[in-house]
Unconditional design. Structure first.
Ligand code: NAG
Ligand code: NAG
Ligand code: NAG
Length: 458
């Protein structure tokens, strides 16, 4: 592309939602865009904590500059460990914290913002873009099934209210969402508390998400961390109708990092195992397993005798049964943090025990690894439903909590049963689909190139 004066002036502001793997996801997208568009300037806004981990890699393109946001946590604050606590504190400071830093970036670079690319959860960004008179590009990092539930929140709540009048809550939980395009396989109990609570909940997070359905259609371009081929027909049709500027650029976090350093020794350990024999266990950064489930999981691993690689923080390792580590040294490895994409890409890994966060599911699919799901909150239950019933590439643990017997059964199913064989076959086919779509000439590559083109014109 020829360097023109106008493209030299462009300044893309990227606003991260700095929780879970949201920050990493939009960072990865920006990284690819910045490499593809060396003449554009990118300013990235996230908290210091998030910036520190994202910008520690060596290969940051020269045209990206990070800015630290106020995280809203008061000094001397005593944490309650609730996963939404820091989110709420952060949201209290928005959008002013973003606005202050945006002004700083404009002053520093001498360039006006040319477009605002943000995590789609930051629903206030639509208005910010309007004020700045620039295009807004929301990036949705969870599954499209999740966005659909936010388009039909009113209908879902009505369904719940009608149901409650006639039946008890226990019966309602199994009611399916047939009336919602693309969600017929979901049950009421799969939905998140944010949706079910309605406006009665006073959380800023719920309030922000409740605006998704009304603000997203105002954006001329909406980016999904997903592949067009992986939608059900109904879901894609409905979302394309609501969001005509939908671009499916593919999974953003599943690409392997440049460095192949193995500081934890996980990969060398995996090298010594049989192909597809190892259970990999990892619950991301937000989920904490209660101790009784941790113990049940450990006992199940020991009982079934399968080799395991467990990503577990040091403070949780202390909660394991007495000499568990000693007894299982030959068969298992525990590390504080495993390099997940590389681990899932290793031939020895046969199954992933996961909370079913969207990026974990995507990384598993991209590497053709079936899953055992233990959903916790947010979109996990919906994702688990997709994994088990829509794609047929995994199983949820019995009762949705870890018990020794439940885990042993799930492991037997995946490794020994005819159903497990079918899951591996299904996930291999999905992996191929994803590789084609991400390859040269694939649909995700095409949509990414459209995005590159758009941001240089806005
Ligand atoms: C809902 O479905 C689950 C799983 O199929 C079942 O165990 C449970 O008994 C059902 N609940 C009711 C009230 O029918
Ligand atoms: C969509 O995902 C987010 C992130 O996990 C969650 O907070 C939200 O409640 C989900 N929505 C639904 C309907 O599950
Ligand atoms: C503004 C800024 O650069 N903030 C942090 C982002 O990440 C880098 C690299 O780790 C840190 O040094 C900065 O403090």
């Amino acid at each position: 592309m020829a360097v023109t004066q106008s493209s030299l002036q462009k300044h893309v502001a990227v606003l991260a939602f700095p929780f879970g793997s949201h920050g990493l996801t939009i960072f990865k997208l920006m990284h690819r865009l910045a490499s593809a568009s060396p003449n554009l300037h990118f300013s990235f806004f996230s908290t210091k904590k998030s910036n520190d981990s994202l910008f520690s890699a060596a290969d940051i393109p020269h045209n990206i500059k990070p800015y630290d946001l106020d995280d809203g946590v008061p000094t001397n604050h005593v944490s309650t460990q609730h996963p939404l606590e820091t989110v709420e504190l952060f949201l209290k400071t928005t959008p002013e914290n973003y606005k202050r830093r945006l002004e700083m970036a404009v002053a520093e670079t001498g360039r006006h913002i040319s477009c605002l690319m943000t995590d789609a959860f930051l629903t206030f960004a639509g208005e910010m873009a309007e004020t700045l008179d620039v295009a807004w590009i929301p990036v949705f990092v969870a599954m499209p099934y999740n966005v659909s539930a936010h388009f039909y929140t009113e209908q879902i709540r009505q369904l719940l209210i009608n149901g409650l009048e006639e039946e008890s809550m226990v019966r309602i939980e199994n009611q399916t969402l047939e009336i919602i395009p693309g969600l017929s396989m979901m049950k009421i109990s799969d939905l998140s508390d944010e949706i079910l609570m309605g406006d009665s909940g006073d959380s800023l997070f719920s309030l922000m998400l409740s605006k998704l359905g009304s603000v997203l259609p105002k954006a001329s371009t909406v980016v999904m961390n997903f592949y067009q081929q992986l939608y059900s027909t109904d879901l894609l049709k409905d979302l394309k109708f609501k969001l005509p500027g939908l671009l499916n650029v593919g999974f953003l976090t599943s690409q392997l990092p440049e460095s192949d350093a193995d500081s934890t020794g996980c990969l060398a350990w995996l090298d010594r195992r049989e192909p597809k024999s190892v259970v990999y266990i990892g619950f991301g950064t937000v989920v904490t397993l209660p101790q009784h489930e941790l113990v049940a999981l450990a006992e199940a691993l020991e009982e079934s005798g399968v080799p395991f690689l467990w990503s577990l923080r040091d403070d949780k390792v202390k909660e394991l049964p007495g000499d568990f580590l000693e007894r299982n040294r030959g068969n298992g490895k525990i590390v504080a943090r495993a390099p997940q994409t590389q681990v899932l890409g290793h031939v020895s890994v046969g199954v992933f025990v996961t909370h079913c966060g969207a990026n974990s599911v995507f990384e598993s699919v991209a590497n053709g690894v079936p899953m055992i799901c233990r959903p916790f909150f947010g979109d996990h239950r919906m994702n688990g439903r997709v994994v088990e019933e829509v794609w047929g590439i995994g199983v949820k643990v019995e009762g949705l909590v870890f018990t020794k017997n439940g885990v042993v059964k799930s492991l037997e199913l995946v490794f020994g049963h005819e159903k497990g064989k079918k899951m591996r076959e299904n996930v291999r086919l999905l992996q191929e689909t994803v590789m084609d779509a991400a390859g040269p000439g694939g649909s995700a590559t095409r949509d990414f190139n459209i995005l590159v083109e758009k941001i240089s014109r806005f």
